[in-house]
Write a protein that binds this ligand. Structure first.
Ligand code: SF4
Ligand code: FE
Length: 481
């Protein structure tokens, strides 16, 4: 079974016996809880797409490991075309869900660990790569979702892992027994964690010799003993608890993150992919960052498409769509959105094979893409809110419209141009509210700043990767110095 159906995925989540808490209460079935259902449905939509004939060229690939047709979200990229198709697939998913659909962090992590375990074996004489290949075959053949668990809690940010007062502020090895290791720590902001079958843990930063016990990478099933998920809150998430869900804006989908605690978790040796090889940690982080920073030029652009569409629709509903300043603002939104996409596609166009054969994106362009992502969705959102007018944040609930006493006022006074009744107008505005202020803003705005690394991390990489010396040489030559 190399391709799972959407229904099989959702029932596999229900069968998973992982310890998930939402607002202080244990949740047995993640896809059935009103708050966590939309994120599960967003991820499930990937399975739906991969099963559709017209989407197969984009959403499936041929595994170089098993020869089977697999979901592209489990594929180790073998060419520039693979890198590019991933970005196009992510844009398509962003357009379908208008949120973070969560499966790409794991994909980017698998591509990273695949390449780094190969390098490690070549350079340090370890034997991790074949283990990871076995893990990949298992993931691909069963079409599973592994979450990428990277960000540590970090404690005192001015101190390295080994100098923290509490040594558990970074994931570390605390013991060894019966052919495996025992690990402790917690990973934060883990995208799609509660919707994942497996967890791949990797270091969060470059490490020194003193930090060797923190140089650890492994994979465990999500329902492993000692693993606990604490669900992240989002603005307006409890609107999902209201009847009819008329005010949620995005009726079907959402993104989700969770804190994942590892309390003395046993990892069998065959699932360990790094154990003390501290010089490789920084390289792993940089490769993952490049992959995932490019990914944002797919997913966020797809969400941007939805926001631009909703904004154009509301301008029509208001009868302002022909005003020159509205046309100009929408053109500006499109320009910004396509600039983000261009950065991602440029990074894949200049992609190259790593020694393992897995392809990597151009890291400078991927970082440039992501630095733009930390800014442009905010500007696109500002323009959208400019065009909506203040009604975006002052309109009553659609529930008010159902009340026979006050509903007539809403119908009379909150409609738009002829043919646009108050409900249609409010629904479009609620979607814009969701993306720019509500649960959707977690995916579209704050995640755009901090996901895949905060802006300063991109600045550091851009400075390091740019060839300033050769640029200086060009300048010297031309001015005769
Ligand atoms: Fe995928 Fe985008 Fe979510 Fe990252 S932020 S997991 S690239 S949808
Ligand atoms: Fe993300």
């Amino acid at each position: 079974m190399a391709l799972m159906t959407k229904e099989a995925y959702l029932s596999s989540l229900r069968k998973l016996d992982h310890r998930v808490f939402i607002q202080g209460e244990r949740v047995e079935n993640v896809p059935d809880h009103p708050i966590s259902r939309p994120p599960a449905m967003a991820l499930a939509e990937i399975y739906q797409q991969a099963g559709q004939e017209d989407m197969k060229p984009l959403f499936t690939a041929q595994s170089h490991l098993t020869g089977e047709t697999i979901n592209r979200f489990t594929h180790i990229q073998q060419s520039v075309e693979d890198l590019t198709k991933k970005i196009l697939m992510l844009r398509e998913m962003g357009r379908k869900t208008a949120c973070c659909f969560q499966r790409c962090a794991g994909l980017d992590c698998m591509n990273t660990v695949y390449a780094i375990t190969y390098d490690m074996d070549q350079e340090l004489g370890t034997r991790y790569h074949n283990r990871f290949v076995d893990f990949m075959k298992y993931i691909q053949s069963n079409d599973l979702v592994p979450a990428a668990c990277m960000t540590d809690t970090k404690g005192d940010r001015s101190l390295p892992p080994s100098e923290q007062e509490d040594p558990d502020q970074y994931m570390h090895i605390v013991g060894e027994k019966n052919g495996g290791i025992i690990v402790r720590g917690a990973k934060l902001h883990i995208t799609g964690a509660v919707n994942s079958h497996e967890l791949i843990v990797v270091p969060t930063r470059a490490l020194r010799e003193e930090d060797a016990e923190y140089a650890v990478s492994f994979a465990v099933p999500a329902d492993t003993k000692g693993v606990t998920f604490i669900y992240g809150r989002q603005p307006s998430d409890t609107r999902r608890l209201e009847d009819g869900r008329s005010d949620v804006g995005n009726l079907y989908y959402g993104g989700c993150e969770a804190m994942v605690a590892f309390d003395d978790v046993f990892v069998p040796e065959e699932r360990v992919f790094m154990k003390g090889e501290y010089p490789m940690a920084g390289r792993l982080v940089e490769l993952f960052a490049a992959h995932h920073r490019a990914s944002y030029g797919g997913c966020k652009v797809g969400v941007g498409d939805v926001l631009i569409g909703a904004t154009a629709a509301i301008a029509e509903a208001h009868g302002t769509e022909k005003a020159s300043h509205i046309k100009d603002k929408i053109a500006e939104m499109i320009h910004l959105n396509e600039t983000l996409h261009a950065g991602a596609l440029a990074s894949t166009g200049k992609g190259f094979p790593t020694p393992s054969g897995a392809y990597a994106v151009d890291p400078l362009l991927a970082n440039v893409c992501k630095l733009n992502i930390t800014r442009f969705p905010f500007e696109i959102s500002r323009l959208a809110q400019d065009i909506t007018g203040g009604i975006l944040v002052t309109m009553p609930s659609l529930k008010d419209q159902e009340n026979p006493e006050i509903g007539p006022y809403m119908k009379k006074y909150l409609g738009g141009v002829k043919g646009v009744d108050s409900e249609k107008r409010i629904r479009i505005l609620r979607l814009i509210e969701n993306i720019t202020l509500g649960t959707g803003a977690v995916s579209y705005l704050t995640e755009s700043i901090h996901g895949a690394g905060s802006p300063q991390a991109q600045k550091i990489m851009i400075t390091r990767l740019a060839d300033i010396e050769s640029a200086k040489a060009c300048a010297y030559k031309l001015c005769g110095v």
